[in-house]
Design a protein around this ligand. Structure first.
Ligand SMILES: [Zn+2]
Ligand SMILES: [Zn+2]
Length: 308
């Protein structure tokens, strides 16, 4: 059984508060961890959830505003102190390498492990990572500085073997992997056994889109169309839409609008301004446009593969 989940580690814009940390999420796809943004204090939040830091090999940073990356130096340092040797991959549309290097320089220190920096394309959607299970694409966003969202898309899964059928047709073990990718089986008598008689359809593949800081930007919908779970920032309520416009942020209603025009199945909103101690007002506004919306509440896990 595969797994695809998103753990919310922080959801505050600008400054963290006592109850809300800055943006960070942990994406788990089949026990592979991907860290999404790294606001201040992210390593503490990871520990709170008993996440082993060394299991993180890929860190995606949406942009270089402090509320999205100020936890990075601390995390990198702790990984070093804990003896990390494995290479770490960081993806960012800005020059995050300069930020890390200056910190190492002024402290006259070095990391024991190497970092592979990937400067991602924030103007056009492109694949920045893939393995046999998943591909990650950039989502061009419109913010004050270079800013990219990320779309995690599971690849087509292998077909499921019908154990009864392979037994009755005497399919040898070595052929099982070929059945999983759709090949027909030819037995010793030269008879063709159709793949469909030996397998069942593959399980569905799921997708998650993380849309960090951005004003309402329609082209996003082309990249994420039909996404299973959409995270979209919702910094302000409608009443403060002027402020949203000026600061290149979105309102909760606009987040709902994006979910609607991109045919998302489920929306979660976050990056809340500290001016709202009560978040239900944001939730209500988003739901008025897109019903299946939830708050990206800190500490909550959303299952992308069992997404209601
Ligand atoms: Zn921000
Ligand atoms: Zn920002």
């Amino acid at each position: 059984m595969s797994k695809f989940s998103v753990l919310i580690l922080g959801n505050a814009s600008a400054s963290p508060t006592l109850t809300r940390g800055n943006t960070a999420q942990l994406i788990n796809i089949d026990e592979q961890y991907y860290l999404m943004d790294c606001g201040e204090g992210t390593q503490i939040k990871l520990r709170e959830h008993k996440i082993k830091l060394q299991r993180i090999n890929h860190i995606f940073i949406s942009h270089l505003h402090g509320d999205h990356y100020l936890g990075l130096i601390g995390l990198l340092q702790t990984m070093n102190l804990m003896g990390r040797e494995k290479e770490l991959n960081i993806y960012c549309p800005g020059n995050v390498r300069e930020v890390v290097d200056i910190n190492l320089k002024v402290s006259e220190s070095q990391l024991r492990y190497s970092i592979n920096y990937n400067t991602v394309n924030h103007k056009e959607s492109e694949i920045v990572f893939e393995d046999d299970k998943v591909e990650v694409l950039t989502i061009p966003l419109k913010h004050r500085i270079a800013c990219s969202g990320y779309l995690f898309r599971e690849k087509k899964k292998p077909k499921r073997i019908n154990p009864k059928a392979i037994k009755s047709y005497n399919v040898p073990k070595y052929f099982i992997n070929k059945l999983k990718v759709g090949e027909d089986y030819i037995n010793e008598e030269g008879e063709i056994i159709k793949n469909s008689r030996l397998t069942m359809d593959s399980l569905p593949s799921f997708s998650y889109a993380f849309c960090s800081d951005t004003k309402f930007y329609e082209p996003i919908s082309n990249v994420i169309n039909g996404v299973d779970l959409l995270y979209h920032e919702a910094t302000f309520i409608d009443e403060h839409s002027d402020r949203a416009k000026k600061t290149f942020h979105s309102t909760a209603k606009q987040a709902g609008e994006m979910a609607k025009i991109s045919n998302a199945k489920h929306l979660i909103i976050g990056h809340f301004s500290n001016r709202y101690p009560e978040l239900n007002v944001l939730l209500k506004e988003a739901r008025s446009v897109f019903k299946n919306t939830d708050l990206a509440a800190q500490g909550k896990t959303f299952n992308v593969d069992n997404n209601q």
